[in-house]
Design a protein around this ligand. Structure first.
Ligand SMILES: CC(C)(COP(=O)(O)OP(=O)(O)OC[C@H]1O[C@@H](n2cnc3c(N)ncnc32)[C@H](O)[C@@H]1OP(=O)(O)O)[C@@H](O)C(=O)NCCC(=O)NCCS
Length: 185
């Protein structure tokens, strides 16, 4: 499978290397980052998550890639593409996702990485539409979806208590190729 390395102004989105994982978890396995993702992960959950990310790469040629900052080589988190595999969700649809360490929030890095990921979805991986999933209380994430020009798809929402037990619904946003081209083409 071809190696993935996508450069933006300030970032590199690339395949995972063994040595990335401790740095990734050190930055992102915190209360605030994991607040709407089921909480801080123990070792078993971390290993399972790593295995999933590597399996997406093997099976589909894309995953939530490692996000490295060019300036200093810091591992900021991940951003990229998977196929929706959430129970009850629109299984198989191209799905964008992001998770950055907290000191990298509020700098436009997530948007920069997400634009590169969506561009790859449409122009490299042949997607006609890309969805993104979150919970209503994760304003940071759906705020980014809106900033990317994605629109709310209540018709695709589904029940799932994995991320927010009090409001056990996953909400869906999406953007299709025409809308993406009109905005970013
Ligand atoms: C979701 C998440 C990735 C969003 O990150 P973010 O930094 O808020 O998103 P953006 O990259 O779009 O940055 C936007 C902010 O950067 C600011 N900014 C600063 N410099 C900027 C630049 N050069 N370009 C664009 N925006 C810039 C914007 O003004 C905006 O700030 P505001 O929110 O105060 O208005 C982040 O909150 C996160 O990792 N959360 C935890 C994990 C998670 O929940 N993931 C999603 C699961 S569904």
């Amino acid at each position: 499978m071809a190696e993935t390395r996508i450069e933006t102004n300030r970032l590199i989105l690339r395949d995972w290397r063994e040595e990335d994982w401790p740095r990734f978890w050190e930055g992102t396995n915190t209360e605030n980052v994991m607040r709407w993702l089921g909480g801080v992960c123990d070792e078993a959950k971390r290993t399972a998550a790593q295995e999933r990310l590597l399996s997406y790469e093997r099976e589909h040629g894309h995953t939530f890639w490692c996000v490295e900052r060019k300036e200093d080589g810091a591992i900021l988190g991940f951003c990229g593409l998977k196929r929706c595999n959430q129970a009850g969700g629109p299984i198989g649809m191209m799905e964008a996702g992001w998770r950055l360490r907290e000191d990298a929030w509020g700098k436009g890095y997530a948007k920069e990485a997400a634009i590169a990921s969506l561009d790859a979805a449409f122009n490299r991986f042949g997607a006609d539409e890309v969805i993104a999933l979150t919970v209503q209380r994760n304003e940071g994430s759906w705020g980014l979806m809106k900033r990317l020009g994605m629109r709310r798809r209540e018709d695709l929402d589904f029940d799932n208590a994995e991320f927010d037990k009090e409001e056990p619904v996953i909400i869906v946003y999406s953007i299709d190729r025409d809308a993406w081209d009109a905005r970013h083409g």
